[in-house]
Design a protein around this ligand. Structure first.
Ligand code: CA
Length: 222
C-alpha cells in the first residue's frame, strides 16, 4: 500500500511517515498543496492524508481539485481541534474521513484500516488465495498450517499480490504500490524481494503461487 502524505509541518510529517513506514506502508511526502495535488495526479496511491493549512494551496483546494478531476483515492483530512466547519467542509468536498490534531498514531492507523476495509469491501478482514491467508489487521501470514514470518517489505509485497490475484503485476506497478518515490527503477530490488517471498511462501509446497511472466512481471496464481 502506498500513501501520499500532504503536510507542511515537518515534525508532524516525520511522525506520521515514520509510523506508517514501520507498518510497512510506502509513504511519499509533499510539503505544500501544489506539490501534493501534482503527486496525487501522477501516481496511483491507495490513500491520501491531507492537512488543511498548507502553503500554495490549502487542503480544501487540493481535494476539490482532485475530486473535480475524478480521482477517487480515499482521503483522510487532518483538522484542527474543535473546528467543526473544517470537518464538514472537508467531508462535503469528498474527504472520506478526518482526524483531529493532535492525535495518537494508533487512532490514525485504525482510521486507515477502516477505510481500506471499506474500499476492498471485505466482510472478513482476511485475504485468502488458495491455502495462503493474509490478515491485513494482524499482518499474520499463513500457508496451510505453516506460519510465515515476513519482513515489512515482504509483507507489503504479498499483500499487494493477494489483493490482485491472477493479474500480471509489472515491476512498475509493484514499485508504485510497494515502494516510495525514492525507488530506483534501475535496481533489481523487486526481483530480489520476490525471490525472498518465494523462499518463504512456495518453498516446500508442491503448488507454487508466485509465477514469473517473462518480460511482463509476476503473477499470483495457482
Ligand atoms: Ca499545516
Amino acid at each position: 500500500m502506498r500513501i501520499l502524505l500532504i503536510e507542511d509541518e515537518k515534525k508532524v510529517a516525520r511522525f506520521i511517515s515514520k509510523g506508517l513506514t514501520e507498518e510497512s506502508y510506502a509513504v511519499d511526502i509533499a510539503y505544500d498543496g501544489e506539490e501534493g495535488a501534482f503527486l496525487a495526479e501522477i501516481n496511483e496511491y491507495d490513500l491520501i492524508i491531507l492537512d488543511i493549512m498548507l502553503p500554495k494551496k490549502n487542503g480544501f483546494e487540493v481535494i476539490k481539485q482532485l475530486r473535480g478531476k475524478g480521482l477517487i483515492t480515499p482521503v483522510i483530512m487532518l483538522t484542527a481541534k474543535d473546528d467543526l466547519n473544517s470537518k464538514i467542509q472537508g467531508l462535503d468536498l469528498g474527504a472520506d474521513d478526518y482526524i483531529t490534531k493532535p492525535f495518537a498514531f494508533s487512532e490514525l492507523m485504525a482510521r486507515i484500516r477502516a477505510i481500506i476495509r471499506r474500499r476492498y469491501e471485505k466482510i472478513d478482514n482476511k485475504l485468502q488465495f488458495g491455502d495462503l491467508i493474509v490478515d491485513p489487521i494482524t499482518r499474520r501470514v499463513t500457508r496451510g498450517d505453516k506460519e510465515i514470518d515476513l519482513t515489512n517489505k515482504e509483507y507489503a509485497l504479498i499483500e499487494y499480490f493477494v489483493r490482485n490475484p491472477n493479474r500480471v503485476l509489472s515491476r512498475t506497478m509493484i514499485s508504485e504500490h510497494v515502494w516510495d518515490y525514492q525507488f530506483d527503477p534501475m535496481t533489481n530490488v523487486i526481483d530480489v524481494y520476490v525471490n525472498y517471498l518465494r523462499q518463504k511462501i512456495d518453498k516446500g509446497f508442491d503448488k507454487k503461487l508466485i509465477h514469473t511472466v517473462r518480460g511482463a512481471g509476476y503473477v499470483l496464481r495457482e
